[in-house]
Every structure is written in C-alpha cells, then in structure tokens.
Design a binder for this molecule. Structure first.
Ligand SMILES: [Mn+2]
Length: 426
C-alpha cells in the first residue's frame, strides 16, 4: 500500500484553517520572545529518525505475542510500512536493518524500493544474542567475550558479514549490542571477558570501511542477570577509545538503571566527541521499550536540551544516528511509531526553544531559580503547531495519526497481507 499525495493534501485542506490560527498565534508569541520560528521549523523538517526493521511487527514478551494483524512478512513489506510512516510524518526517512532477520534477497530491488520511498539505510545491526540455524558454535555463554576462540571468531565473522551487507545498501555504520555477560557470581572472569571483547571489537573495527562508524551499545542487565560485559557508558566509551576514531558510544534510553542521569551522560560523551548513535524508547522499570515520551517526557526534554547544546557547540562530535528502539505489545506498531515520532519531535522542538544565552547568564550568576524557569518555560510551550507546520512544509499530514485512522490503513494491510502474516524478529 502506498499513499497518494492527494490523500494527504485533501486531508490537510480540511484542517488548514484551524492549524493556521494555532500556528500564527504561537509563531507571533515566539517571535516576540526572540525565537527564530523559521529556523526551528527547518530544523524539525530536517530531523529524521530511523525505523528498525524489527519494529513493524508485534514485539511481544517472553510470555506471549499478540499480533495486530497484517504484519509485514518480508523486507519489501517492511520497507512499505516505513514508507507509509514517512509519507505521513516526513520524519521517518531511514531504516535500520537487523541481520540476519532481514538480509535482502535482491539488493538492487531493495535499494530501488527504498529510493522510491525516500528512505536511506541507516546503521546495520548484528545479532550474536541468539543462535542461528546451522551455526557451528553456540552463543549460550557469550559471543565476542566467549572463552572459546572458535565462538569469538564466529561472532567476529558475523559482524564483518553484516558490514558487507550494509555496504551493498549504502549504510555507513554498524551497531553492536552484546548480550554477553553472566548469570551467576563466579561464572565469568570479568577481566578475561572484557579483554576478549576488546580484542574481538578491534578485529571487527579493522575491517570497517574508512567512511563507516562502529557504535558500541551498552546495557546494565538482561538477558544476563548478574553481570553484563558492556554494562555502562564508561565501559562502552573505554572500548570505543581502544578501537579508534571511528568507534563511538551508542546511548539507548532504556539501557540504564532507574533514575540514571542520561542527560549528563549525553553531555559528557558529546564533549569528548564520542556520542555516535541514539536509540529512543521510554521505560518505567527497566528496558521496557515502551512508546517514546509516554512515561518521562520531561526527562526526554532535558536529554534533548543537552543534545541540542552539543549539536550547536561540539563540532568534535559527529552527526548522530537516531533510531527508535521500541516494542509494541498491544498497540498497532505503526500507530505506536507515529506516537513515538511525534514525542521525539516535540522534545526536540522544546529544546530548540530554550534561550541558551539567557541560560548561560543565569548559570554564571548562579541564579538557580532563573535557570529552572528558562528550561520550564520552553518545556511548557505547546509546540505541536510547529510540528504540524514542519510536516505541512514537507508534504506530510497535519495530523498523521488521524489520517492513518481515517484511511483505515491497518484494515487495508490486513486485506493485502492476510490476518496472520508474521514479521520476523523477536
Ligand atoms: Mn537499542
């Protein structure tokens, strides 16, 4: 299923008067307080978030999986779904492939399709957290950190293979997330596991093309419950430094212990030029992978405030790879992704409204109250008309979720694909 431009423009016409009123009011107010509204809208229109190829189906938990039906059952259909999201939101202009779940059969056809949908291939993701059919070695006791050289070599070779697949598609980065760790005290020698991991990552890094980046993701626990080899940003940062200039830390919002100050981590990494990628989701307890902004929107804003500051003040840090890494247990995955994209844009827009000069002055004067007021003034602004304006400018829908429902897209997908089609993945 592909949306026609007229379907979007007809829908936008119906809401244009109301939108224009809301937008004019907000733009006037912002202009008076010194905000360059045009710049904010252009920044929003440029901001693109990759959709992972595993996010288009029902995520489920280890207890069960409840489909929303009409899931994409192959890579072509997954790209179609991301294309739909991008048409509606104009914010999902990239896709991030998981290997081996989504190895293209016909590279040219997949590239052409992505092109026609205005989609780029962002980071490719390797998988050494589960055993693949016909694999010689098992990752039960770890992959890049394993005590067995044969297992480590298999995991290194897999990552090198993923780079080759990404090269054929025009990807420019590899994300490595390791499930490696131990379930019980004494099971692992921490130093051996870390040294093995460092050496394995260096072997992968050696085959990384010059214009590629290696992203090292961290996570404190799960699937292992006693220790994880790359447990925190410090360990990831250390490994990235050990590998070289093209290696970076990747922050996944859900991969922290409760109440970790993620904005401070972001700030430190950008100062050191080592923040490479970012995975969006939200959480209440652990790596819950729920809709972005659904639980802690103020924390998301504070994180974006540091990201915006870093993007404006840290030329030593490269452009970031943005991706949604969420799971959809009981929602239509496409609706959930629309909500996440909206929440990301909302937090970004609010962070762009922060008066950085005024904040700096207040910080220098140790005016703690003023500092808080400046941040909260931006946070309390209803920026949704700016998001709608950015979408309108780019050919997206004024209200993507409302149009998705009005066009009965899920019902059409079920009709096209059948009720019980299943997406590959977890
Ligand atoms: Mn992630």
């Amino acid at each position: 299923m592909k949306l026609q431009e007229s379907q979007i423009s007809d829908f936008n016409k119906k809401g244009s008067e109301e939108h224009q009123n809301q937008f004019d009011f907000l733009a006037n107010t912002l202009d008076k307080s010194g905000v360059n509204t045009k710049n904010v809208i252009n920044a929003l229109a440029k901001f693109q978030v990759a959709i992972p190829s595993w996010a288009l189906g029902a995520g489920g938990t280890r207890f069960g999986r409840f489909s929303f039906y009409g899931e994409p059952s192959n890579l072509t259909q997954k790209l179609d779904d991301v294309g739909l999201l991008h048409s509606l939101t104009q914010t999902a202009g990239a896709v991030s492939l998981h290997i081996p779940w989504d190895i293209p059969e016909d590279y040219n056809a997949i590239k052409e399709q992505a092109n026609s949908l205005n989609l780029k291939f962002d980071a490719v993701n390797s998988n050494t957290f589960q055993d693949q059919k016909n694999a010689k070695e098992s990752y039960k006791y770890g992959s890049l950190s394993n005590t067995s050289q044969a297992v480590r070599e298999q995991a290194i070779a897999h990552n090198q293979e993923v780079i080759k697949i990404g090269e054929k598609l025009g990807s420019k980065s590899l994300t490595v997330w390791l499930a490696d760790g131990s379930n019980f005290p004494g099971q692992n020698n921490f130093q051996t596991a870390l040294s093995n991991t460092e050496n394995s990552l260096k072997a992968i890094y050696k085959t990384l093309p010059d214009d590629w980046k290696l992203f090292i993701e961290y996570k404190p626990y799960e699937p292992n419950f006693y220790s994880t080899v790359i447990q925190d940003w410090g360990t990831s940062f250390m490994l990235a430094n050990a590998c070289g200039d093209k290696a970076y830390t990747l922050v996944d919002l859900g991969h922290h212990l409760p109440n970790t100050n993620i904005e401070q981590i972001v700030s430190t990494l950008m100062l050191k030029g080592k923040l490479g990628g970012f995975h969006f989701n939200d959480s209440k307890y652990g790596d819950d992978d729920v809709t972005v902004g659904s639980i802690k929107p103020y924390a998301l804003f504070l994180i974006f405030n540091e990201l915006v500051y870093g993007m404006q003040n840290n030329p030593q840090n490269p452009d970031l790879s943005w991706m949604i890494d969420a799971s959809h247990n009981i929602k239509d995955p496409l609706e959930d992704l629309i909500q996440s994209l909206e929440a990301i844009q909302e937090a970004y827009a609010k962070a762009l409204l922060v008066d950085q000069n005024l904040l700096k002055e207040a910080q220098s004067a140790n005016d703690v109250v003023a500092c808080q007021e400046i941040l909260q003034k931006a946070y309390r602004t209803d920026v949704r008309p700016l998001l709608a304006q950015a979408r309108l400018q780019s050919g997206g829908a004024l209200n993507p979720l409302a149009l998705y429902r009005e066009l009965q897209i899920r019902a059409t997908l079920i009709q096209e694909r059948g009720k019980h089609s299943m997406a590959s993945g977890l």
